[in-house]
Design a protein around this ligand. Structure first.
Ligand SMILES: [Zn+2]
Length: 106
């Protein structure tokens, strides 16, 4: 894999993380250290995190994922962190919710 491609993929992952945290911030679901780090990476970027901050964020993300598992695919259809917020609202990931709606309509 070329450097440019690798950097691009990392960028996508970072944007996903920022999207995820920003959405939770808007919903007022962040507190303490996680809220502070979110403000920081929104202005300075994900790479501005110290090792400790990264650990805090990773721990938060892991906990959020565990608390919001899609009961239909168990995470198999999930492609981005923001989809876990969707699960928090609907109980299913966007892809399974879509299948369910289609199923109910038929
Ligand atoms: Zn699912």
């Amino acid at each position: 894999m070329g450097q440019a491609k690798k950097a691009m993929m990392e960028n996508e992952e970072n944007n996903d993380l920022i999207d995820f945290l920003t959405t939770l911030e808007e919903r007022d679901e962040l507190s303490g250290a996680v809220a502070g780090i979110t403000k920081q990476i929104k202005t300075k970027g994900v790479n501005s995190m110290s090792q400790n901050q990264e650990k805090t964020i990773n721990g938060f993300v892991e906990k959020y994922k565990q608390a919001n598992d899609c009961e239909m695919c168990l995470g198999g259809n999930i492609g981005s962190l923001t989809e876990y917020i969707y699960i928090n609202d609907y109980g299913l990931c966007p892809s399974c919710q879509h299948s369910k709606e289609k199923f109910m309509k038929d």
